[in-house]
Ligand binder design. Structure first.
Ligand SMILES: Nc1nc2c(ncn2[C@@H]2O[C@H](COP(=O)(O)OP(=O)(O)OP(=O)(O)O)[C@@H](O)[C@H]2O)c(=O)[nH]1
Ligand SMILES: [Mg+2]
Ligand SMILES: [Zn+2]
Length: 313
């Protein structure tokens, strides 16, 4: 029987079959990992299309095979340094939920997320949540930040998940698609999904217990079908978006507004740091690339050099 993995706890997997039945499955024995997946800390991820069968013994249902993924998005595993964790597979797009306060999402975090999405060719949408909580100063900050991303072509939406404000715009952006929802703990991912899909009733942090800090209320990624068509994947909040699998010279290509400038740099291995004749740096100096983006790019390069041994420049 065939189905899609809608939840994975590491020890068992919920698979929704083509007949729309939910079956708990386990992974067959020592699941053979092929070379490319060797570094993955989880061999099966939410969104994976799988074949399942009922074992002869009373072992119950087993995942027998995984179909090749159309795409997937990974981050460095928080538990195993150097390993990758596949967050989800077979996605149409991802949606990053950000908040300017309670908790604050930095542009550094946003840029790491966006560059990862670009690297895996997954379109990204930014949703600024908790509009009901913004004071005038934070609102101005939000205008500044959101403008950076709108200017370079990322869709930006402004909502209050708690008050159900502007939820129709989110529904419009996700209908008939498979959308991964990500962001720091406490930004309101699960609250937003409950607003998008009536009756979903995902666990969220009680508002009276919310201190401005995330509490990791959602602990496993889970895919939910939408009445409007498509599905949405709730994920546990992430603190850091470790970058992996990239070569240093690739990173600038995942900053979408840098892309067209890169061929104009004097050196074809330009990393846009301090090289002469750098078209990216020139664009930044002339105000065509935002300071936030350029500085975040340089910080990612610094981080990369400090943390990745295969750096050989
Ligand atoms: N004021 C306000 N509070 C919100 C809004 N959206 C969510 N919250 C509150 O923020 C807290 C965290 O919301 P959750 O939906 O649990 O956050 P999450 O992103 O799913 O967090 P994790 O599951 O820990 O990753 C809860 O107390 C929500 O009620 C909003 O639009 N406005
Ligand atoms: Mg949650
Ligand atoms: Zn350059």
């Amino acid at each position: 029987m065939k189905g899609v993995v809608v939840k994975s706890t590491g020890s068992w997997y919920d698979v929704r079959t083509e007949q729309n039945e939910l079956i708990k499955c386990r992974l067959k024995g020592i699941f053979r990992l092929d070379e490319s997946k060797e570094k993955d800390s989880n061999p099966v991820a939410v969104g994976d299309r799988v074949s399942i069968h009922k074992a002869d013994s009373d072992d119950g249902w087993m995942i027998a095979a995984i179909e090749e993924r159309e795409n997937y998005i990974v981050r460095s595993s928080p538990k195993h340094k150097g390993a990758r964790q596949i967050i989800a597979a077979n996605l149409d797009q991802c949606m990053l939920i950000v908040t300017m306060a309670n908790p604050r999402t930095s542009t550094g975090f946003i840029d790491r997320f966006l560059m990862t999405a670009e690297a895996y060719h997954i379109p990204a949408i930014l949703v600024f949540n908790k509009q009901d909580m913004l004071d005038a100063k934070t609102k101005r900050k939000q205008d500044m930040v959101s403008q950076i991303y709108a200017n370079i072509g990322y869709p930006t939406l402004f909502v209050s998940a708690l008050n159900h404000e502007n939820i129709a715009a989110v529904q419009e952006a996700i209908r008939h698609k498979t959308t991964l929802v990500s962001g720091h703990s406490g930004v309101g991912k699960s609250t937003l999904m409950n607003a998008i899909q009536p009756g979903l009733n995902l666990k969220t942090l009680e508002i009276s217990k919310f201190s401005g800090k995330g509490m990791h209320t959602t602990t496993f990624a889970e895919m939910h079908a939408l009445d409007i068509g498509g599905s949405i994947i709730d994920t546990p909040g992430i603190r850091e978006f470790g970058i992996m699998d990239f070569k240093p010279e690739e990173i600038s290509h995942y900053f979408i507004e840098f892309r067209d400038l890169i061929p104009q740099c004097k050196f074809n291995n330009c990393l846009h740091e301090n090289e002469p004749g750098c078209a990216v740096k020139k664009a930044y100096q002339e105000g065509r690339i935002s300071e936030e983006r350029f500085v975040n790019y340089l910080n990612i390069m610094l981080d990369y050099k400090a943390n990745y041994k295969h750096w050989d420049k």
